[in-house]
Design a protein around this ligand. Structure first.
Ligand SMILES: Cc1cc2nc3c(=O)[nH]c(=O)nc-3n(C[C@H](O)[C@H](O)[C@H](O)COP(=O)(O)OP(=O)(O)OC[C@H]3O[C@@H](n4cnc5c(N)ncnc54)[C@H](O)[C@@H]3O)c2cc1C
Length: 446
């Protein structure tokens, strides 16, 4: 068993003071936690062992526990370390609300989190304050055409709150790792392969074992058959020599929709920064919802079609790829079954399953699930509540919004194409619920 040496503190950013905006954000989170988890209970567990996926969720949970009296020094995070490369695998769109919960977990300013994600050389912040959507179609000449575009959040001028930040996922995880109290956790670089492995690492007598690996059976849980998936392709982008084209502006997140073969594919183009790709100032993603198991899907064909969509739409809005072969990522992600997640076995928490609020890559809510799930699980442990129930309850609205989006794009795609393809007015009406309505689940509190 190797215990990883303590990582040196990053030189990317010095610690910044908390601002008034951070205080508003933290007070709002504390009010939500108090409503969910009344104080005064005694912790049932005395230590926590987190198995793998050293990503945002793991570090968020560890960070909040590490700064508690009850669990400082009693948290083990075990799994292969994440190597940061220029490839933008996994989620790159971090909602403002996610940033609130992540910075709350480490009790550090949001500006510091974003600076560590964007890197010291990036001017300003990679942030959008409004969101637009439109249908996109390939024209007869091969050039993509963008239909009438309307704002569904932030209106014409943008919100005064950050709505969406863009960065590389492995850098976000790295930033959380750098900002937590490293002296209060044990970071083990070898993966946990069984409950016995986890038991051997427990620093207390009543540990909770948290599963964040991609193996749902690690601690004896079950894995229901996969009946729906999303496919995705994304790459880093920058403004081309002609500059941004309508409907993009420097602070717009644009969600183009493509109606093809019985589904609406969902796109996302948003300001982005990555210290390993300093030329990149945008990234683009297309995602396809599919109502069948992975075995029936021609993955290579689907991913290639999504690639064409990203590159075609990018060109139409004045963007060009940055070192495509190095930065791009395409893949298939199984989506969880509908309905409330199954109960975790006693002494374990299936946090990966609980914190995935629905179809993946598809509504910028995976990081949100990890951020809220990590903080809520930690607070439940500290305050003596059942973390499973607390996470399920906290993420119920997020799961509901994701399910509705699935219904719209996979079940009534023709109607979506008609409503959003017709005019700005019909787009605004179609996007009113749940998309515009749920602004407070997207934008930072302040
Ligand atoms: C293509 C794709 C796009 C997504 N887009 C969004 C989005 O825009 N917004 C959003 O909120 N959520 C998105 N998600 C989901 C989001 O990435 C996760 O829900 C979120 O990061 C929480 O998981 P995690 O970081 O805790 O851990 P894990 O997913 O377990 O990841 C652990 C670590 O391993 C790295 N990693 C995982 N898989 C790979 C791989 N195949 N290659 C290299 N490194 C890997 C991750 O970067 C991370 O640092 C997307 C997922 C995928 C697959």
């Amino acid at each position: 068993m190797t215990v990883a040496p303590e990582r040196p503190a990053s030189t990317a950013a010095a610690s910044l003071p908390l601002t008034g905006a951070d205080e508003i954000r933290f007070a709002h989170i504390e009010a939500q936690l108090d409503a969910l988890l009344p104080r005064g209970g005694t912790p049932v567990h005395d230590s926590v062992v987190i198995a793998g996926g050293k990503g945002i969720t793991a570090w968020t949970l560890a960070a909040r526990l590490a700064r508690s009296e009850q669990f400082a020094g009693k948290v083990v995070v075990a799994g292969e370390p994440v190597t940061e490369t220029r490839q933008i695998a996994n989620g790159c769109s971090m909602r403002g609300t996610s940033a609130d919960w992540l910075s709350y977990a480490v009790a550090r300013p949001q500006a510091e989190l974003i600076r560590r994600i964007a890197g010291p050389a990036f001017a300003g912040q990679p942030v959008a304050t409004r969101q637009l959507t439109a249908m996109a179609r390939p024209g007869i000449d091969g050039q993509w055409e963008i239909g009438p575009a309307a704002a569904w959040q932030g209106g014409r001028r943008g919100s005064n709150r950050p709505v969406m930040y863009g960065g590389r996922n492995s850098r976000m995880a790295g930033a959380m790792r750098e900002m937590l109290d490293a002296g209060a956790i044990v970071d083990v670089d070898e993966p946990i392969r069984s409950l016995d492995d986890a038991r051997a690492l427990a620093p207390g007598r009543k540990p909770l074992f948290v599963n964040l690996t991609k193996n749902p059976k690690l601690f004896g849980g079950s894995a229901p058959p996969i009946k729906r998936v999303t496919l995705a392709w994304q790459c880093a982008l920058r403004a081309g020599s002609g500059g941004l084209r309508h409907p993009l502006t420097g602070t717009t997140a644009f969600a183009p929709l493509v109606y093809r073969d019985g589904a609406v594919n969902v796109g996302y183009f948003t300001p982005f920064a990555d210290p390993l790709s300093p030329d990149a100032t945008w990234y683009g993603l297309m995602v396809r919802p599919v109502r069948s198991g992975p075995e029936k899907i021609d993955k290579a064909r689907e991913v290639a079609a999504l690639r064409e969509e990203v590159l075609g739409i990018a060109e139409a809005v004045g963007l060009e790829p940055v070192d495509l072969e190095e930065t791009c990522f395409g893949g298939l992600a199984p989506a969880p079954a509908f309905g409330a997640p199954k109960r975790s076995a006693p002494g374990t928490l299936e946090l990966r399953r609980l914190a995935t609020p629905g179809a993946i890559a598809y509504y910028a809510d995976g990081i949100l699930g990890g951020a809220i799930g990590g903080v809520v699980a930690a607070e439940a442990l500290i305050r003596g509540h059942d973390p499973h129930d607390a996470v399920v309850k906290a993420l119920k609205p997020i799961r509901w919004f994701n399910d509705l989006w699935w219904f719209e794009t996979a079940r009534i795609p023709k109607l979506v194409d008609l409503a959003i393809g017709t005019s700005r007015l019909t787009t605004r009406i179609a996007m009113a619920y749940p998309h515009s309505y749920s602004l407070n689940h997207w934008a930072s509190r302040a």
